[in-house]
Design a protein around this ligand. Structure first.
Ligand code: C2E
Length: 766
């Protein structure tokens, strides 16, 4: 056709009119070119032209599945050399036999049954040997009588779509593997196989950067020769270290099109040559934050560069590999954190069970023994309180590192929490060495002076030891016994090692029994309060009483608080017991007031554990409200040591109690280590001079000096002072002369029941 279509209808403005006019002219041109064509011929010609332009396969086959008519698309893809047409041929002439047989069977079935086959996905090899996915439809064709005379078929090449689908499925599968925590090597291998399936003639490899950031080690390479993998394993990265070593060094892809000539491969050429590699395209695998993690490389036996499509796939592969590595690293660090103490890096309690179990197994197998030592640092609190938590943490880290140096790899040091550690000694001992030697070495290493913030400290350790199998058969038993022995070491003066003994076992048993009895004592109302009066030395008036708890034990008789309060504190029973005491004391004081006695203050002892409980202030408020006692008639006795455990927290609690309106006193003053500056911050009303300083007054000059100092200190801070344990007239005279405000002691009265006290309160002045 020589007519220039663009010139047609230039003079007509309307595009539709232009189009119609152009079509007419085209038709007349066609008529001019094919003057002899009949209407039917024209139709055939146009139809042929049309089906040849369709990119899909279109064909008609006869009843024997032989091609009768085919379009250009199918002919082009299946034409063998010298073949001009497919007419008369069957699939057996153009496809491998098994494929052709499959087609034949299906087509014969369609023509036999008359049921069409629509949108079937078929995998074929075209004449050039390319694998293709086709979306195929085959329909029976009938003659005028309705007899099936053949079939028409269409097939569309969906290879690209299938490829991207399989890539998506592959990616989803990989992400699932990563999410489910599949081993890295499995994820990497699947990733490489996926890429290899989409990029012809390449072999993939993943190398990982070592923690020192200087070497690459094998990650996975399912189709690479293991001998080659062994050669590259551990190669040093650098500015000219092959494709991978350079890619990670530069943190950017390195495309080496020809290994034989590229200078980056100068040192490695001979390494790759025996395996026939000519090209290697490597990309760094980076973390989300851009940290280098490893490399993804494709090797080819032919020199050349990757296609854009291939580079896209490599980009996807490095991304997925990065996710997999990061996820694994995160999982590893979670695992580590779950089983290790973050401060010292030592295994934690959850690892102890595991380690003890395997040590027991080893001991059983080898007929050996295993020893577990429980360690508690003696004066850790002092460092923590005086220098702060940061110094305390530093100390724990130093101590942990020192302990580690004293033990062998077969032993373990575990941090249970706070300043508590466990040493597990297992495995054979050196000739002449005993377990005791090794444990003593651990204790000595702890006791070495420690320098923190320019100051030198010394911490000692109390150690309790239990051995397998003599003292326990599992971790719970061994730990409980080592703990009991450690308590004994503390009792006998700290800085000591105590091995578990039968006597300790009895003690532990007794303790357990006592604990159970105490639990029941509260429920069975075996606890009661006695009250000891306190007198104002100036007026001689009984202005307050101290409530003191007693236990009327059904067999043991009257048990003093010193015999059960420490146990209650240790076991947590002090919570309910303390609550009971507080409520009973408030109720009793209110009852005295209601009975018409002059109002007095009731003083209640508070234990450290109670004081540290979060809702303690609320519980005090509840006790007051429940009893109807005004807050100013309640005093709480705190000890110096409980305040000093966490001064800031204590001061806060004290202020909240002060706001309630209750009075606060410091009990046993002088026995603790309150600093004067700290004391100034406490919102307390009075100090109680400890009984131990009063006992030998006035004869003991030291005690006399201490008593005078406490009185004068209290007064200078505008606090009142009470002396407890006053038994003699001489003591009273001394205290009065020294300016002491108040006294409490046997001289005045022993602790007595509420009823007996009522009688004393009735006496106007003593
Ligand atoms: N030698 C001598 N002793 C005297 C004299 N006057 C009083 N005492 C005794 O000294 C102790 C004073 O109580 P504390 O220092 O608060 O010391 C108390 C207190 O720390 C604790 N405690 C007593 N009751 C309770 C309570 O309800 N809760 C708590 N948490 N601790 C309590 O038990 C400790 C001992 O209490 P108790 O055995 O009742 O001993 C009482 C009392 O009987 C005296 O002139 N000479």
């Amino acid at each position: 056709m020589s007519t220039n279509l663009s010139q047609l209808g230039n003079d007509e403005a309307d595009p539709t009119a232009r189009l119609i006019s152009a079509s007419r002219r085209l038709m007349s041109e066609a008529e001019r070119l094919f003057p002899l064509a009949t209407a039917q011929n024209e139709r055939t010609l146009w139809l042929e032209a049309m089906i040849d332009e369709v990119p899909d396969y279109l064909y008609f086959k006869d009843r024997n599945s032989r091609f009768v008519v085919t379009n250009r698309a199918i002919l082009n893809d299946n034409r063998r050399e010298g073949l001009e047409s497919l007419e008369g041929l069957s699939d057996f002439d153009i496809h491998p036999e098994h494929v052709a047989r499959g087609f034949f069977k299906t087509e014969q079935e369609i023509m036999r049954t008359g049921v069409p086959m629509l949108d079937m996905e078929e995998l074929i090899h075209d004449a050039r040997g390319n694998l293709k996915w086709m979306l195929s439809s085959k329909l029976p064709v009938r003659d005028a009588n309705g007899t099936v005379i053949g079939m028409v078929g269409t097939a569309r090449d969906i290879t690209e779509r299938k490829r991207s689908e399989s890539l998506h499925v592959g990616q989803a599968h990989l992400l699932k593997m990563i999410a489910l925590g599949a081993p890295l090597v499995e994820v990497f291998s699947s990733l490489i196989l996926l890429i290899e399936a989409h990029v012809p003639d390449v072999t993939g490899s993943i190398l990982l950067l070592t923690p020192d950031g200087r070497h690459l080690v094998n990650g996975a390479a399912p189709n690479l020769d293991p001998a080659y993998c062994a050669l590259v394993d551990g190669i040093e990265i650098g500015p000219a270290a092959g494709s991978c070593g350079t890619a990670i060094w530069r943190s950017e892809p390195v495309i080496v099109a020809d290994i034989e000539t590229d200078p980056l491969w100068a040192a490695y050429r001979t390494l790759a040559a025996p395996f026939g590699f000519r090209a290697c395209w490597s990309s760094p695998i980076l973390s989300y934050q851009g940290k280098a993690l490893g490399t993804f490389a494709l090797y080819s036996q032919k020199p050349g560069e990757p296609t854009a499509e291939c580079l896209k796939l490599v980009g996807m592969a490095t991304h997925i590999a990065g996710i997999a590595i990061e996820r694994k690293e995160a999982e590893d660090s979670i695992q580590f954190m779950a089983h290790h103490d973050t401060l010292t890096g030592l295994p934690n309690r959850s690892m102890l069970d595991e380690r003890v179990a395997s040590a027991i197994e080893a001991a059983d197998d080898g007929g050996g023994a295993m020893t577990l030592a429980f360690i508690d640092l003696d004066n850790f609190k002092l460092v923590n309180d005086s220098l702060g938590h940061h110094a305390g943490d530093e100390l724990l880290k130093i101590v942990a590192a020192r302990m580690l140096k004293c033990v062998r790899p077969s032993d373990s040091i575990v941090r249970l929490g706070g300043d508590e550690f466990v040493v597990l000694i297992s495995g054979a001992l050196r000739r002449g060495e005993t377990v005791e030697d090794r444990l003593n070495a651990v204790r000595q290493s702890i006791a070495e002076p420690v320098m923190i913030e320019g100051r030198s400290f010394q911490v000692t350790a109390s150690m309790g030891v239990a051995a397998y199998p003599e003292h326990g058969r599992n971790v719970t038993e061994l730990l409980a016994r080592a703990d009991a022995a450690m308590y004994r070491a503390k009792e006998i003066g700290r800085d000591a090692m105590q091995v578990f003994t039968a006597e300790l076992a009895n003690r532990a048993h007794e303790k357990l029994q006592k604990q159970e009895e105490l639990r029941r004592a509260l429920a069975r109302s075996e606890l009661f309060l006695q009250y000891q009066p306190q007198m104002d030395l100036t007026t001689g008036r009984i202005f307050a009483v101290e409530a003191l708890i007693r236990w009327r034990h059904p067999e043991r008789g009257l048990v003093p608080p010193g015999d059960f309060i420490p146990l209650a504190e240790e076991t947590g029973l002090i919570g309910p017991i303390g609550d009971w005491t507080l409520r009973a004391a408030c109720r009793q004081n209110k009852a005295w007031q209601v009975s018409g006695l002059p109002p007095i203050v009731v003083s209640v002892n508070v234990s450290a554990r109670q004081f540290q409980e979060k809702d303690w202030v609320e519980r005090v408020a509840e006790a007051l409200e429940e009893s109807g006692l005004e807050a100013r008639y309640l005093e709480l006795e705190l000890t110096e040591s409980m305040i000093m455990e966490d001064v800031q927290q204590a001061v806060e609690t004290m202020h909240r109690l002060e706001q309630l309106g209750v009075h606060l006193a410091i009990d046993d003053f002088g026995t603790g280590y309150s600093s004067l500056s700290a004391l100034k911050r406490f919102p307390v009303d009075r100090l109680k001079i400890d009984r131990s300083f009063v006992k030998d007054l006035p004869a003991d000059t030291d005690d006399a000096a201490i008593a005078r100092a406490v009185i004068s200190l209290a007064h200078s801070l505008q606090l009142r002072v009470i002396a407890e344990g006053v038994e003699t007239r001489e003591q009273i005279d001394f205290l009065r002369a020294a300016g002491c405000d108040e006294i409490q002691g046997y001289y005045l009265s022993r602790p007595i029941d509420a009823r007996a006290l009522q009688a004393i309160l009735c006496i106007p002045n003593l």
